[in-house]
Design a protein around this ligand. Sequence first.
Ligand SMILES: NC(=O)c1ccc[n+]([C@@H]2O[C@H](COP(=O)([O-])OP(=O)(O)OC[C@H]3O[C@@H](n4cnc5c(N)ncnc54)[C@H](OP(=O)(O)O)[C@@H]3O)[C@@H](O)[C@H]2O)c1
Length: 299
Amino acid sequence: MGTLRLLAMTKHSMKILIFGKGYIGSRLELAWKDEAIFSDAYINTIEDVEKEILKYQPDAVLNAAGVRGKPNVDWCEDHQLETMMGNTVLPILIAHACAKHGVYLLHMGSGCIYYGDSVHEDKAWKETDHGNPSAVYSRAKWAADLVLSTLPNVGIARIRMPIDWVPSPNNMIDKLATYPNVIDVENSVTVLDDMIDVFRQMVEKKAEGIFHVTNPGTMRHRELVDLYHEQVDPTHTCNWITEEELVEKGLAKKLRSNNFLSNERLAEYGIHMRPVKEAIRDTMQKYAEAKKIEVREEE
Ligand SMILES: NC(=O)c1ccc[n+]([C@@H]2O[C@H](COP(=O)([O-])OP(=O)(O)OC[C@H]3O[C@@H](n4cnc5c(N)ncnc54)[C@H](OP(=O)(O)O)[C@@H]3O)[C@@H](O)[C@H]2O)c1
């Protein structure tokens, strides 16, 4: 039997039922094409989820639905109930239906449940560390992690500050390129090409418990802006301000969560991500190409 045929047989295709056709859900669809099935259902009950599971008979469910506030997370500060329903109750409903039907669930969490440095020597937060969230959105995300992580056959993938070569207002590159005032903070971040690959492997391996899906190492906002300047727009400029000024100037209601995450748990399943410096340089090159195509199509 030819090697190619053997490879095709071992990497069997999967049916992954995705809830949430937002930024990340749509990006997964672009990457996975026929392997992804999108649910159009708006979920209010366990039965709503069960109907979709029975209809599509998926190998796994991926929850990319949630409420993260529009135009930004500050919206959640005075829409507490909507935020809890979308980020705490909804994942529990989905988990309940998946458990009833014996279907693996990959739920998307967020790394913004941690504020500041951890107690560990390297200051990074481990998957086993409890959250210390302040903002309403972060509290609601942490509440879901706290209970879902007690269930078997459930994986929780926490991401942070998505960086991608596909231009989008949700992409960290576009955000930093368009904000006139930028803070230079250091964080763990998630490059979406790597995240998509990790999610596929987590689903295949039915990885259980909490995982930090962030690229090893940390990134300062300035590094990404410098790469943008170098590869996309040499005329780009911005005004650098402090975190406190962001709130003082009325550009944010609450201080944002900044932190470092260690992603030790992925290695338990033999899953690895590229170091952040390598991944952001590669992504910015692809982003520059995508922008050129966008401009050519507009002409
Ligand atoms: N983007 C980020 O920067 C980021 C960072 C860390 C973690 N995350 C997490 O990643 C996940 C996906 O984020 P995203 O950026 O793709 O968010 P998004 O663009 O806001 O998409 C979320 C989607 O979920 C849908 N939704 C909300 N409640 C629903 C319900 N009851 N039933 C069905 N669909 C529902 C929303 O529909 P409507 O808009 O119609 O309500 C929306 O299409 C979320 O859990 C988020 O917390 C995102």
